[in-house]
Ligand binder design. Sequence first.
Ligand code: NZQ
Ligand code: ZN
Length: 382
Amino acid sequence: MRFSYVNTTQIFFGQGQISSIQSSISPSDKVLVIYGSGSIKKNGVYDQVVNSLKDHHWVEFSGVEANPTKETLDKAVDIVKQQNIDFILAVGGGSVIDGSKYVAAAAKYQGDGWDILTGDYQISDATPLGAVLTLPATGSESNAGAVITKAATQDKLSFGSPHVQPKFAVMDPDVMKTLPEKQLINGIVDAWVHVCEQYLTTSHGAMVQDGYAETLLRTLKTLGESFEQRDSDGWRENLMWTANQALNGLIGTGVPQDWATHMIGHELTALWGVDHARSLAIVQPSLLRNQLEHKRSKLEQMGVNVFGLTKSDDLAERTINAIENFYQTMQVSTQLTEHGDNKQKAIDAVVSQLEHHGLKALGENKTITLEASRQILTSAIA
Ligand code: NZQ
Ligand code: ZN
């Protein structure tokens, strides 16, 4: 292990914490509030934010879509530039927060913001931002990453920079009360796969990272199995905190990371609009079976420590079955059906996009070549 670790986002966790915004943004800052399609107007979050900003000068930008597009976000970039915005407040799920990170960075750049995603521009500055989380899933509220789509070309790419790490994140579990069941399940699945991407790699003996990852996985499993309690404060608090901890950088420090499920999943979302979490449940079981020999010992460890399975020669295989079964018991499909009826054409389309995006050697061992991705997609696409 050799690493440097910092997470600079101040977390305000718990009921009533939206009021913390007031003292967390300088009174002299001009604020741009960014949100999505309006769920925050139906559940009282917007009103609480407005109340907290009553002493600030602020304007708003709405309409950030799920899987946010640069086409929409560029309109907010113009507002930040033209109206001399000092602070961005993202109010929403991963899409709104990711989109706000793009706006924050692109506003300090004279060229096309998409250059951030292609790597043609390295972020050197960004408008400071904070987040009010309304959907626990991505961890975006206290990490430095974002995923943005260019609708015109169906490219869904990610970027990361410490400059876009939120200054603070408000996590009030009460905001989850209006989440559709589907989004709650998406949150469990996305957080689960985030832990797996940083845990199901090779055996490395980093006991803290492994142990904490297993705690998060067992918690998510319990939350999935006790889904009928989703209207209790405790259930909501535990999901919100687990999803945050799953991707705030901690469990990934000093250990190998995979992320191939995410990279392939992003292509499914870009091509067919599959929900992010659902794209992961489609790809992951097939990917784990394809990479079984590289991941056997960690799958065995997960089988015992997370699922309570007994040791056997086929323990790794049974662990993958248990993961797949976990998704299926939450009615999350583990095969893609949204691609129409031409399976071969669908596989070719994904492989071609992976190639176009330079994703030709994925996974902690770089063993997921385009040919391996093709094999994975052959079992993942119905
Ligand atoms: O548009 P609004 O009104 O906000 O409605 C949203 C949206 O329709 C709704 N919603 C959010 N909070 C709600 C609510 N509805 C009722 N009550 C509430 N309290 O839920 C829908 C989905 O929201 P979205 O933000 O798209 O979901 P999620 O948080 O799952 O974010 C997904 C995006 O994050 C990216 C994904 O690729 C995807 O684009 N990711 C970002 C990561 C990161 N920054 O670290 C990592 C992840 O792996 C992921 O890739
Ligand atoms: Zn994810």
